[in-house]
Design a protein around this ligand. Sequence first.
Ligand code: ATP
Ligand code: MG
Length: 544
Amino acid sequence: MKKETIKMLLVEDDPAHIDLVMRGMESSSKKFEVSIAYSIQEAKDSIKKSKPDIVISDYLLPDGRGDELVAFANRAFPSVIITSYGNPKMAVEILKAGAMDYVVKSPEMFLDMHHIAERVLREWQNILDKKKAEEEKKILEEKLRRAERMESLGVMAGGIAHDLNNILGPMLMLPEIIKEEVQFLSRQISLENSELKALVSNIDRDITLIEHNTKRAIKVIKDLLAMSRRGRYEFQPLSVNTLISSSIKDPEFIVLRRDKPRIEVETRMQDDLPCIAASSIHFQRVLYNLYINSFDAMDIEGKISIFTRRAFLENPYIAYEPISAGDYVVIEIRDNGSGIKKENLSRMFEPFFSTKKQSRKSGSGLGLSVVHGIVKDHNGFIDVWSEEGKGTIFSLYFPALEEKIEANPLESTKRMVRGGTESILLVDDEAGQLFIAKRALSMYGYNIEEAANGEEAIKKIQQRQQNPFAMVLLDMMMGTMDGLETYSKIQSISSAIKVLIVSAHFAPEMIRVFFEKGISWLAKPYTKESLALAVRKTLDGEKA
Ligand SMILES: Nc1ncnc2c1ncn2[C@@H]1O[C@H](COP(=O)(O)OP(=O)(O)OP(=O)(O)O)[C@@H](O)[C@H]1O
Ligand SMILES: [Mg+2]
């Protein structure tokens, strides 16, 4: 128990017994604050007033039996029943009612009461911890299932988009050709032939409609393709603030504002944020899809706020999805629009899920699935808060790439990152990468050994079974034996060796495997500080 004083309620009508228990409690190393109730009714009143940490109750009381009290407590705290006339049948009944223990009175037992109470409190804490762990596991499993469902829907959507793209290609081109032909025809028709003129003009109008709708269909397909992650990414270190500034100057965004001029747009961006590895085109799509949803959610008036900030997560954080511990740049897009219904919160990222299908706005339901896919490809995470009638906040977490050099960079970084003297094996098939990592980690005091591939790494680990490496820094993409395979081999030699996997790109599937296996990982390119931070965290058994 973390609490300093333990509130104990003793329910007992025999003053001699109370006296003995109180004497026993004095020899406890823990600080107990004992209150006394002489009857069931008094005990109930006392519990209602303030919840005790533990109840010790006599079985036979003037106005009822102790198990009645146990039932009343309804497992909100642990209770122990003491009795002078014990028998096995009674014991079973009492335990069934929910008591943690059942003890027969004796002078020794009274004096030993503090041990009994301490033991029961420990057992109770264990039960609570186990329950909490089970609940967390259930939440995680549900989130994982949701991720898997989205993954397969994404693959399917990608396949369809690819086919549709091929089908729609000619449909985009042909209207232009037909329109030219129609115009040519129109020029041939003499002015007097008004019937024919009208017909040609109708053809032109209909073809324009086809052209317009084809363009819309192609926009949907672009979203689909982006979502299925078939598009190629060009990641480069970019400033989130710059990306946002250019997104709100974009013609598409300007059109949104023009249509709803009474919606205020506010930006509040933190200075000196580190860069993130981003693909600009994809990123703009993420922002646009979130902006348009916010505009849709507000009728005429309202406010959209776009914030950026930095977040250091010391521990994994169970948000809308589990977010690994790490150093992040966070973008928040808030609106005070309609909000999202609770029952839609878990489904809104699914492709084709839309509440706008029937309405004037007519959405395809792809916007948020595109956001989700692209954020995942950036190794990012999403958190959502929404309340019907109040509004919505989307928070996007992107791994910070680099310490932005500030006025006093040495102070801020050196203070944060601790080094160590542990021995670390670096495994990478690129000599340049080995060189950089070795230089960086040596500066933090670590003992470095190198291996140029998975096989060599395994050999070195086997040779050093007496004096094993504390950690292995493992590149993911290697020629013959890749990072994961090497990881499994290392685990089979010794599960005590910590492993940190690094790579320039982690596919979302990969990250899921890391999650499941509890593997730490770090995205390249890394700075000296971010590498040292991740190494220290891995060595200390925290998630990098
Ligand atoms: N900011 C928001 N406020 C209120 N509801 C939202 C917001 N963002 C998303 N939603 C809800 O989530 C649903 C899914 O959003 P999503 O962007 O995926 O599809 P859509 O906007 O309906 O269609 P599309 O984006 O393809 O045009 C929306 O239909 C809406 O119900
Ligand atoms: Mg949308």
